[in-house]
Design a protein around this ligand. Structure first.
Ligand code: MG
Length: 299
């Protein structure tokens, strides 16, 4: 099942995305501001939402993030691909380790992004040069939790996973370094493009899913989820050991090598750039980068 959250004529909706590219909307009320959360909640109760009977073309709607305002912070995982851990250590921006520390993490590094930084799959990434001069992209597979649990074992973990989506874990590297803790550098407004759809767990082959990212058409990241240092069951087990996971919680699983700080000199994002991320079985998000000066009103 592939689900989308969308806006049509100013009204939010959610629906099933069919193989032919059409959308079959659910009949649903005000709760649709939660994106696909009502579908996850209904499944838990053994219900299925009712389809409206309409058929929409994808071009007739504006896609929103499937979880446009997660109920709490997005869990994120740092340095979860071997080659990326090395490029990050070499970059000097790794405030979690001394610059000479080339060791791979011995346990998952977990941080978070605030829910309000989520934007849609084609929405702009807004940069403020007065706040940060080092904006980077991070293509990531994102887990959507479907079933509440605490102390979930790795062997049981996938039973708690509803499905997956794509996120760009956009990062202000200078803020990430300066403030030591990563929250500020990871949570700037618009720093979590998400989408274009949420797919149920059965749509993905976890040990063979491609993760690719292009900037202005140039392939920068090209990896496979089989190369995750800590796999998804391990991440779910680690986080849930002492923190209850709830339906709709999100876990961004980390980015592979090829981010801007991996280059000499670093290749940061600037106004006019376009970041395209494709994950096999889910689709493509593509976000333009635009610049606002400090004086512009927050919009
Ligand atoms: Mg990341």
């Amino acid at each position: 099942l592939k689900l989308v959250a969308f806006e049509r004529d100013g009204h939010p909706g959610i629906g099933v995305c069919e193989a032919d590219g059409t959308i079959r909307p659910y009949r649903i009320g005000a709760e649709v501001v939660d994106g696909i959360q009502p579908v996850i909640d209904a499944a838990l109760e053994g219900r299925a939402l009712t389809l409206s009977g309409d058929v929409l073309s994808l071009s007739a709607v504006r896609l929103r993030a499937p979880m446009p305002r997660p109920r709490r912070n997005i869990f994120c995982v740092g340095k979860n691909y071997r080659e990326h851990a090395r490029e990050f250590a070499r970059s000097g921006f790794d405030s979690s380790a001394a610059p000479s520390d080339m060791d791979l993490p011995e346990a998952p590094i977990v941080f978070s992004k605030v829910p309000e930084c989520v934007v849609g799959p084609y929405d702009p990434i807004v940069i403020h040069p007065a706040t940060s001069a080092a904006i980077d992209y991070e293509a990531e597979l994102c887990v959507i939790i479907g079933r509440q649990g605490r102390g979930i074992s790795a062997t049981e973990a996938l039973r708690h996973v509803w499905g997956y989506t794509i996120v760009n874990d956009v990062t202000a590297r200078d803020l990430q370094g300066r403030h030591k803790q990563w929250l500020i550098g990871k949570s700037q407004d618009s720093f979590c493009p998400m989408g274009p759809m949420a797919v149920t767990a059965d749509e993905l082959t976890l040990d063979d899913t491609t993760v690719r990212c292009w900037v202005n058409g140039e392939l920068r990241q090209d990896a496979n989820t089989r190369d995750l240092l800590f796999d998804i069951p391990t991440l779910v087990a680690t986080i849930s050991a002492g923190i209850t996971l709830y339906p709709g919680d999100l876990i961004a699983t980390g980015t592979p090598a090829g981010v801007g700080i991996g280059f000499r000199p670093p290749r940061y994002l600037g106004a006019g750039d376009r970041v395209r991320i494709e994950i096999g079985g889910i689709g493509v998000i593509e976000n333009p980068v635009i610049e606002r000066s400090a004086g512009d009103a927050a919009a």
